[in-house]
Design a protein around this ligand. Structure first.
Ligand SMILES: Nc1nc2c(ncn2[C@@H]2O[C@H](COP(=O)(O)OP(=O)(O)O)[C@@H](O)[C@H]2O)c(=O)[nH]1
Ligand SMILES: [Mg+2]
Length: 242
């Protein structure tokens, strides 16, 4: 067993997952794929690899990246991994950037891969997705008073000990709001969080799972948290602590 693990949530990623796993194998990491019963057979492809370094969690029906990542994090913590990388399956996150995250992770609880700082880059993304992503981060920054430049990205590395300090059961977001809630929870516990620039490349195969429901969930949750912050400014500190 390596000391670091990469978590990859999948829903219908049969065209991408094996390429990514192959690329990741040059790093000293184990891999856990968390699949929500993909009809395209993603989980069978991973299972058939029959590799000690690659595990699959069959997570049940499609329920968003939040619950999928939480299953993966709980398994990774129980197994005793030190650093937990999270990344998309579709090739949008580069293994080169994962390497950089790992190399800088020793002194931080969380490192976030960030598109919207100097050195960060996006390729092939539609203007509407870029605007939505930038608006999402801007809105969450303002509502939650978080000093970060990319709150919705999926490429991160968490220190397992820092995750053990929060009650992961309190994280309730299903969609991409999960990424915001994780940072909100860890920041409330004074975690050290650092951003590094990454290159995000929009997928070439398969389909995005972004939907109106995901946007609505994030908007409603973040707005409600903003109101909560005004009423009880220190509530998060108690809410998320283990
Ligand atoms: N397990 C699981 N993975 C999901 C779900 N929704 C999205 N994903 C995965 O999360 C990652 C990011 O999703 P993607 O559709 O590429 O989002 P986009 O890049 O914002 O368009 C991919 O690896 C998806 O397969 C879900 O409901 N369950
Ligand atoms: Mg994608």
């Amino acid at each position: 067993m390596f000391k670091n693990v990469v978590l990859i949530p999948t829903y219908n990623e049969s065209e991408s997952i094996l390429t990514l796993i192959h690329q990741l194998k040059r790093l000293d990491v184990d891999i856990i794929v968390i699949d929500d019963d993909s009809p395209d057979g993603t989980s069978d492809l991973v299972k058939n690899l029959d590799s000690d370094r690659v595990k699959i969690i069959n997570h049940g029906s499609k329920n968003g990246i939040g619950p999928a990542y939480l299953s993966g994090m709980n398994q990774a913590i129980t197994a005793g991994y030190e650093k937990i990388v999270t990344m998309d399956a579709d090739g949008s996150h580069l293994v080169e950037d994962v390497e950089v995250l790992i190399s800088k992770s020793a002194n931080y609880d969380v490192i976030m891969g960030t598109r919207w700082i100097p050195g960060g880059e996006i390729s092939n993304w539609s203007t509407s997705r870029e605007l939505l992503s930038k608006f999402g981060t801007w809105y969450a920054r303002k509502c939650l008073n978080l000093p970060f430049k990319d709150l919705t990205g999926g490429l991160r590395i968490y220190d397992a000990k820092s995750l053990m300090k929060i009650d992961l059961g309190k994280i309730r977001s299903n969609g991409y709001c999960f990424q915001i809630e994780m940072i909100k929870a860890l920041y409330s516990q004074s975690a050290t969080i650092y951003e590094i620039p990454i290159h995000f490349i929009e997928r070439r195969a398969g389909k995005s799972k972004m939907s109106a429901n995901i946007v609505v969930e994030a908007f409603i949750r973040v707005s409600a948290w903003a109101v909560q912050r005004i009423i009880r400014p220190n509530a998060d500190k108690l809410h998320y602590v283990k």
